[in-house]
Design a protein around this ligand. Structure first.
Ligand SMILES: Nc1nc2c(c(=O)[nH]1)N=C([C@H](O)[C@H](O)COP(=O)(O)OP(=O)(O)OP(=O)(O)O)CN2
Ligand code: ZN
Length: 121
């Protein structure tokens, strides 16, 4: 079994109402995010690849553009812009790119991250 991981970075703003971290977190402010998408499978005997990184790159670039330099609260499908909801949003948009097993979202400036393993079965 193999796992492939591709990551991308984006800068985005949010405002978070329900945090206990105080006013600065509740007002609009920005972060640098990194997202990691992991796919698990066996390499195709012809191509030697689980999934071509080229295909993944193209899919993730569209998603990066959807998020980069955006106000996340305005993207309705995210819901409240927590790491939990962001990782689910990304999962929903990459699940058709291959057998995705996890999506991580990292906010390194705050030493925070969240990993989503997909919907409950
Ligand atoms: N379960 C969760 N709890 C919290 C989340 C979350 O996504 N899931 N997010 C937050 C805050 O957005 C997060 O902690 C960042 O805090 P913030 O004030 O936005 O930023 P910092 O000042 O800590 O970091 P800098 O990037 O250095 O400005 C809270 N809880
Ligand atoms: Zn924040």
């Amino acid at each position: 079994m193999w796992e492939l991981t591709k990551s991308f970075r984006f800068e985005a703003a949010h405002a978070l109402s329900y945090t206990t971290l105080g006013e600065a977190s509740q007002e609009i402010h920005g972060h640098s995010f990194r997202a990691e998408v992991t796919i698990r499978g066996e390499p195709d005997p012809v191509t030697g690849m689980v999934v071509d990184f080229g295909l993944l790159d193209r899919g993730l670039e569209d998603l990066r553009k959807t998020l980069d330099h955006k106000f996340l609260n305005k993207i309705e499908a995210i819901g409240i812009p927590t790491l939990e909801n962001l990782s689910r949003f990304i999962w929903d948009r990459v699940a058709d790119k291959g057998p995705v097993v996890r999506v991580g979202v990292f906010r390194d400036s705050c030493n925070e991250s969240c990993v989503y393993f997909g919907p409950k079965k």
